[in-house]
Design a protein around this ligand. Structure first.
Ligand SMILES: Cc1cc2nc3c(=O)[nH]c(=O)nc-3n(C[C@H](O)[C@H](O)[C@H](O)COP(=O)(O)OP(=O)(O)OC[C@H]3O[C@@H](n4cnc5c(N)ncnc54)[C@H](O)[C@@H]3O)c2cc1C
Length: 811
C-alpha cells in the first residue's frame, strides 16, 4: 500500500468510483480509493440503478447527460463491457394540467442542454407502455434516453479504467481516523496503515457521518429505508416485443422498469421510515433492511390500478435498503464548509443515474477549482448553521413522500419550519405574512389579503399578482417597510482589511469612511464567484474601524471559505460573521427620508446623507446602522438592527411611518422591482459560468488595478470576446413569467437561456433576464421564448427600464 498520494477517496460505491475515475480523466493519476469492505457493498449493489436525463435545472440535466454518455461509452468498451439498457425510454406520468405545464417547462429547460424530451398524451403513454391503463391519466413527459445499468459492473468498470490510468484501489481497508496537518495536508489512518495525502474526499454513502466525525464535521445527510420488488415474468412484456419503458408516477408514488421478463417496482410510501439516525451496525455490509410490504400498501394499490397485470403476477424478491437524503433532495458535492483540502460527494439519493456526472463535476472542482457548470445546486455550503440531522430527517421524509412531485414556483413545503426566525417573525405572521424560505430563514413573501388566501401552484402568474402590484404601488408612491432576514454580513477588521478586499474584488474598493460600494469577486478563471456590498464604518463606541461585507442570504459559508482561503499569513485581517446577529429593515419609497428623519436624530438630507452613505444611529432608541442603498429603484434605506433591538426599531418605524402611509411589503414585490432596475440575483443571474463582461458588469471591473483574483484569466477571456451576453427582455404575454432555465429560440436553434423573470408592475411589462448569443444582445432584437411549451415573442430592451437615470434612488 502506498504511504503518500495526492488524493484519497474514502468509499467504493458509485460516488467514490466515479470520483476516482474522473480524477484520472482530469489528469491526476496519483490518486487512491480506500473501501472498508468490497466495492459496492454499501447501497450501490442493490440499487434499482435507473439512469434518467430528467432534472430540475440545467446543471442537473447536464451532469445526468454526462452519466448517460459515459455509461454508454463504458458499456461499449470491449476491455470491460457492462450491461446497460440504454434508451429504453421512460415516462413521467401526470394527471393534472399543472403537472403537464411543469413538464413542458422542464422540457424547454432541458433543450438548452441539448436534451430533447417529448410531452405525450395518455393514449401515447399507453401505446409506448402497453401494460398501463389511461384511467386518471392526462399524459406525461417522455425521456428517450431513460434506462438502467448493472450497478456493480459499472463501479468495477470505473475502478478498472481508473487503475489503468494509474489510480490504486484498496479494498477491505476501513478508514479509522483522519488527521489534518498545519499545512492543510492530511493523514488518512486505515486498519492497514497510514496514507499521507493533500486532499481527502468523503464518499462514505450512509456512513457519511462516521467519516465526517473523523474530521469534526456533521453533514446534513439522513437515510431512509426504500423498497422495491421484482416480479415473476409478465406475459404482456414478452408479447410487446420490445423492452418496457421506465415509469415514474407522481400520482401514486412508485416507479417501475423491466427486469428480465418481469418488472421491478419501487415505492415512495407516505408511511416512510428514516434509518440509522442513532448509529449504524458496523456489520451492516452488503446488507438489507427487513422487508415491510405492509408499509407500501397505499402506493401498491395505485401501481396495481395503473398496471393491472401486476395483480396476476407473483413477487420473486423484495429489496429494502438505505438511501441517503439531504435538506433539499440534491446531494452535497464539493468543498466541505470550514475545511481545507476536503471534499465530499454524499447524500446521493439517485446516485446511479447521477453518480457519473457528480464524480465528473467534483473531479473538475478538485483539479481546476471550479466545474464547467455552476454547481451551487449541489454545493455543500448552500445550507448553513441550521442544517442538522434532525432537520434533514424531517425534510428527507417530506422529500421521500413527494419523490416525483416537483416543486412549483413559489412553493415552500412545510416540513422543518420554522427553522430560522427573527423576533419579528411572529409579528409579521400576525400581520398576515405569507413566508418564503431562504436558506432556512422565514422571509415575508407578501402580506395576504385574508388569512384564507392560498394562491394555486402553477407556472402562470398566480392570484398574488394584484397583491404584489399593490405593495409595489405603495412603495412607489408612499413608503414601504420590508424585513430582510438572514442577509449575510461579515465584519472585517484589521490594518490590511482594505488591501485584502482590493485583491478579492475585481473593481474599485473605496476607502472613504461612511461610504458603501458594490462589487464582484471572481474565481481564478475570471468568472463570477460572489457579489457583495462593503460599507466603511469608522471607529465608534460600537467598535473599531470596520468594513461590513454584505452578500446573499445563503452565501455565508461559501463567501467565508473564499475570503479566509485567500488571507495571507502576514495580513492583519479578521473576519467575523454577524449574519445571525442582525436583521435588515428596508424602508423604501419617496417618503422614506421623512419617515427616517422623524424617528432617527441627525440630518438625513440628500446632501448630508447621499446615496451610498452609511451611518450609525438610533431608530427611536434601537441602535442601527443605516445604508442609503436601494434594490427597489426608489429612495431607500437599509436599516441594520441587532436582533435584540429589532422589535423596538420596527415599532418606531411603524409609528413614524403611519402619517406617511407606510405599509409592509415582501420579497416578491422586491423581486419585481429589482427586475425593473437591472439588479441581479446571486446564483440566478450571477453564475460561475460567465465572466463579468458577459454578465454586463463592465462598470464594476477595473483591469488597471495591479492585481485582483481572476485578473489575468479575465484579460485573456476578454481577448476572445463574450460567448453569451446578459440582456433584459420584454416577454409578450400577460399569462406567465419567464422561468429560469427556459430556452430562447430562433427556429429550431436555442439562442439563449432565461435566468430570471417577473412582472414589472411600475413599467407594466413582463420582464426577464437571459444570457443570449452576442449577436442578439442589442435592443429590439427578437427571439421566441419557449414558455412551458408556448412560443412567445421576447424582445431585447435596454436594462433598467424603470428610471434609467437613477434619479429616484438618488432622491
Ligand atoms: C432500493 C434502492 C433503489 C435505488 N434505486 C436507484 C435508481 O433506480 N437509480 C439511482 O440513480 N439510484 C438509486 N438508488 C440510490 C443509489 O443506489 C445510491 O444513491 C447510490 O448507490 C449511493 O452510492 P454511494 O457511493 O454514495 O454510497 P454507497 O454505495 O453506500 O458507498 C459508500 C461506500 O463507502 C464505504 N465506506 C463507508 N465508510 C468507510 C470507511 N470508514 N472507510 C472506507 N470505506 C468506507 C462503504 O463501505 C461503501 O462501500 C437506490 C437506492 C436504494 C436503496
Amino acid at each position: 500500500m502506498k504511504s503518500r498520494t495526492k488524493v484519497v477517496v474514502i468509499g467504493g460505491g458509485i460516488a467514490g468510483c466515479s470520483t476516482l475515475y474522473h480524477l484520472t480523466q482530469e489528469g491526476w493519476s496519483d490518486v487512491i480509493l480506500v473501501e472498508r469492505n468490497e466495492l459496492t457493498s454499501g447501497t450501490t449493489w442493490h440499487s434499482a440503478a435507473q439512469v434518467t436525463n430528467f432534472g430540475m435545472n440545467q446543471t442537473m440535466v447536464g451532469l445526468k447527460t454526462h452519466s448517460i454518455k459515459l455509461y454508454k461509452d463504458l458499456s461499449e468498451n470491449p476491455e470491460y463491457p457492462i450491461n446497460y439498457h440504454h434508451a429504453d425510454g421512460g415516462i413521467r406520468l401526470a394527471n393534472t394540467e399543472a403537472q403537464m405545464q411543469g413538464y413542458r417547462h422542464f422540457a424547454s429547460m432541458a433543450r438548452g442542454m441539448g436534451v430533447e424530451f417529448e410531452i405525450i398524451d395518455a393514449q401515447e403513454c399507453a401505446r409506448r407502455h402497453p401494460l398501463i391503463s389511461t384511467t386518471n391519466l392526462l399524459g406525461g413527459l417522455w425521456d428517450p434516453l431513460d434506462g438502467d445499468i448493472d450497478p456493480a459492473q459499472l463501479c468495477q468498470a470505473l475502478a478498472f479504467h481508473a487503475r489503468k490510468a494509474g489510480a490504486e484501489v484498496y479494498r477491505n481497508t476501513p478508514v479509522t481516523a483522519l488527521t489534518q496537518h498545519k499545512d492543510d495536508t492530511w493523514t488518512v489512518h486505515t486498519e492497514k496503515g497510514d496514507i499521507d495525502c493533500d486532499i481527502v474526499v468523503n464518499a462514505g454513502g450512509y456512513r457519511v457521518n462516521e467519516v465526517g466525525a473523523m474530521m469534526g464535521v456533521h453533514h446534513p445527510v439522513a437515510s431512509m429505508e426504500h423498497q422495491y420488488f421484482l416480479t415473476e415474468d409478465i406475459p404482456g412484456i414478452a408479447k410487446a416485443g420490445h423492452r418496457m419503458p421506465l415509469l415514474r408516477c407522481p400520482i401514486s408514488d412508485y416507479y417501475s422498469r423491466q427486469e428480465k421478463g418481469g418488472l421491478l417496482v419501487g415505492f415512495y410510501e407516505q408511511d416512510c421510515k428514516p434509518w440509522g439516525m442513532d448509529g449504524i451496525d458496523p456489520n451492516f455490509v452488503n446488507a438489507l433492511c427487513p422487508d415491510d410490504l405492509d408499509r407500501v400498501m397505499d402506493v401498491l394499490a395505485g401501481a396495481f390500478e395503473r398496471m393491472p397485470a401486476l395483480e396476476e403476477t407473483g413477487i420473486r424478491a423484495i429489496v429494502n435498503g438505505p438511501i441517503t437524503y439531504t435538506i433539499d433532495g440534491a446531494p452535497l458535492v464539493g468543498p466541505i464548509p470550514g475545511k481545507r483540502n476536503a471534499f465530499c460527494i454524499i447524500g446521493l439519493r439517485a446516485g446511479l443515474g447521477e453518480g457519473g456526472g457528480h464524480g465528473w463535476l467534483l473531479a473538475q472542482q478538485i483539479v481546476h477549482g471550479e466545474a464547467c457548470y455552476d454547481t451551487w445546486c449541489i454545493d455543500p455550503r448552500r445550507f448553513t448553521g441550521h442544517a442538522n440531522v434532525e432537520l434533514t430527517s424531517l425534510k428527507a421524509i417530506e422529500d421521500y413522500q413527494n419523490e416525483f412531485r416537483f416543486h412549483f414556483p413559489h412553493e415552500h413545503r412545510p416540513a422543518g419550519r420554522p427553522a430560522k426566525t427573527t423576533p419579528l417573525t411572529p409579528i409579521m405572521a400576525a400581520e398576515g405574512a405569507e413566508f418564503a424560505l431562504v436558506n432556512g430563514w422565514e422571509r415575508v413573501d407578501y402580506i395576504k389579503p385574508t388569512p384564507e388566501f392560498h394562491p394555486s401552484l402553477s407556472f402562470n402568474f398566480d392570484e398574488a399578482f394584484d397583491v404584489i402590484a399593490a405593495e409595489v404601488h405603495n412603495v412607489q408612491t408612499n413608503v414601504g417597510l420590508c424585513e430582510v432576514s438572514g442577509f449575510n454580513r461579515f465584519q472585517i477588521t484589521g490594518t490590511d482589511a482594505h488591501t485584502f478586499l482590493d485583491r478579492m474584488f475585481c473593481g474599485n474598493v473605496t476607502k472613504r469612511p461612511n461610504r458603501v460600494g458594490l462589487g464582484y469577486l471572481l474565481n481564478h478563471h475570471g468568472m463570477i464567484k460572489s457579489e457583495a456590498t462593503f460599507a466603511n464604518l469608522p471607529a465608534s463606541d460600537r467598535g473599531p474601524d470596520r468594513i461590513w461585507y454584505g452578500s446573499a442570504a445563503a452565501s455565508e459559508f461559501h463567501d467565508m471559505d473564499w475570503l479566509t482561503q485567500h488571507l495571507r499569513d502576514d495580513e492583519d485581517v479578521q473576519i467575523r460573521s454577524l449574519t445571525n446577529e442582525q436583521t435588515i429593515l428596508v424602508l423604501a419609497g419617496p417618503k422614506a427620508r421623512d419617515v427616517l428623519a422623524s424617528c432617527a436624530r441627525g440630518d438625513w438630507s440628500a446632501e448630508a446623507f447621499p446615496w451610498l452613505s452609511v451611518r450609525e444611529c438610533f431608530i427611536g432608541f434601537a441602535p442601527a446602522t443605516v445604508m442609503a442603498v436601494s434594490f427597489s429603484g426608489e429612495l431607500a434605506y437599509e436599516i441594520h438592527v441587532p436582533n435584540a433591538s429589532l422589535y423596538a426599531a420596527y415599532l418606531a418605524l411603524r409609528e413614524a411611518g403611519n402619517p406617511h402611509g407606510l405599509k409592509l411589503f415582501g420579497a416578491r414585490a422586491v423581486d419585481s422591482m429589482r427586475m425593473e432596475k437591472g439588479f441581479l440575483h446571486w446564483k440566478a443571474d450571477l453564475l460561475t459560468e460567465f465572466d463579468p463582461f458577459e454578465t454586463g458588469l463592465d462598470r464594476f471591473v477595473k483591469l488597471d488595478k495591479p492585481d485582483f483574483i481572476g485578473r489575468d484569466a479575465l484579460i485573456k477571456r476578454r481577448e476572445n470576446g463574450p460567448r453569451k451576453q446578459f440582456v433584459t427582455l420584454e416577454i409578450n404575454t400577460t399569462g406567465a413569467p419567464a422561468h429560469g432555465g427556459a430556452s430562447l429560440m430562433q427556429g429550431d436553434r436555442v439562442v439563449g437561456t432565461i435566468t430570471s423573470g417577473d412582472w414589472g408592475h411600475r413599467v407594466d411589462k413582463n420582464l426577464a433576464y437571459a444570457f443570449v448569443e452576442p449577436a442578439l444582445a442589442e435592443p429590439d432584437q427578437t427571439m421566441q421564448l419557449n414558455l412551458c411549451g408556448d412560443l412567445i415573442v421576447a424582445t431585447v430592451i435596454s436594462p433598467s427600464p424603470y428610471d434609467p437615470a437613477f434619479s429616484r434612488i438618488k432622491g
